[in-house]
Design a protein around this ligand. Structure first.
Ligand SMILES: [Zn+2]
Ligand SMILES: [Zn+2]
Length: 328
């Protein structure tokens, strides 16, 4: 139901499960409203729009942005939409208001929150645009990567791979990925043979040996593990940049005496998801392709099985797609 003139109702055709949904399920997202319909990764078809919506029309195939935002406040004007001051701004969908693991979803600020999917781009190609691909794109944007850089990405999970794809668009001299799990390393070798890979135990030494100035010029921390924040700043060269993309389960230490003199720049998460149109264009041009991440597909009726598989990482799952309604 349209509640505001700027709302749209979207009939969801394809959705996914994000690790953040698991965090909500386990009660570790304090601002999540109990009983909410989760789901913030989805694509669909616009069913209805409020009278003030200008950019989309019923029948349009669209991606839904993880962050809804007003477009007018100080933060939105700067592109910092994660911090939109509007009550429905920032990450609201599937957290504070009902999300998209359902047949229909109400999307506030449709003009900012929905992007039309270009015709040749399929729903499966567009599925991650609004969330994990937006995150990877944002992470690569804020990291100031230049062509001479050695970039270290910590974590080759779904968001790590999206980040890797966006980092590769910046053509740095060298990319190293640190990942613990064998299955993910195999995926990495198969799809990104040009990328160097290491494991957490070997990372510090490996990065020092495979970089030009005693460490990575840029580190993107996407893993959010118990030791990965430490690894991130230790692997950075002096005067390097550490971008924290990960969401941690607990506080991290910033041991300033140990860091003294290293003169690092830290950038902290989370995503300002307002580049969906650019990302869709890159997909259309063949520059980004996240379809290999979709390892399993379930109908909405079997979403519990999908959660079970995803949460317990069975059967080499990376991401699941949830098909909703008749197949399109
Ligand atoms: Zn997510
Ligand atoms: Zn705003």
């Amino acid at each position: 139901m349209i509640l505001d003139d700027r709302d749209a109702i979207v009939r969801v055709t394809l959705a996914s499960i994000c690790t953040s949904d698991l965090h909500i399920k386990h009660g570790s997202v304090p601002r999540a409203v109990p009983g909410i319909t989760v789901g913030h990764e989805m694509v669909g078809i616009v069913e209805k729009v409020g009278p003030a919506v200008l950019s989309v029309r019923p029948g349009d195939r669209v991606t839904v942005n993880v962050e809804t935002f007003c477009g007018h406040c100080f933060f939105c004007q700067h592109g910092w939409v994660n911090n939109c001051i509007d009550p429905n701004g920032g990450w609201a969908l599937g957290c504070r208001i009902d999300g998209g693991q359902a047949e229909y979803v109400r999307v506030p600020y449709a003009d900012q929150s929905l992007d039309r999917i270009p015709d040749p781009v399929t729903d499966r190609q567009a599925l991650f645009v609004g969330d994990i691909l937006a995150t990877g794109y944002w992470a690569a944007q804020i990291s100031d990567i230049s062509p001479d850089d050695t970039v270290l990405i910590i974590g080759a999970g779904p968001t790590g791979i999206c980040t890797l794809q966006c980092v590769l668009l910046k053509s740095p001299k060298r990319v190293i990925v640190c990942e613990r799990e064998e299955q993910r390393l195999q995926f990495l070798h198969r799809y990104y043979p040009q990328v160097l890979a290491t494991t957490p135990e070997k990372a510090l030494d490996y990065v020092r040996r495979n970089s030009d100035h005693g460490g990575a010029d840029v580190v993107l921390e996407v893993a959010g593990g118990a030791e990965t924040f430490r690894m991130a700043w230790q692997c950075a060269r002096p005067n390097g940049t550490v971008a924290v993309v990960a969401l941690y389960d607990g506080p991290q230490q910033l041991p300033l005496p140990e860091m003294y003199g290293k003169n690092l720049t830290f950038k902290t998460g989370g995503v300002d998801g307002c580049s969906c149109a650019e990302i869709l264009k890159l997909i259309k041009e063949g520059m980004l392709d996240t379809t290999p991440l979709i390892t399993h597909t379930f109908p909405l009726e079997e979403i519990e099985a999908a959660y079970d598989l995803f949460e317990h990482r069975r059967d080499n799952v990376i991401k699941v797609a949830i098909e909703i309604g008749e197949k399109s």
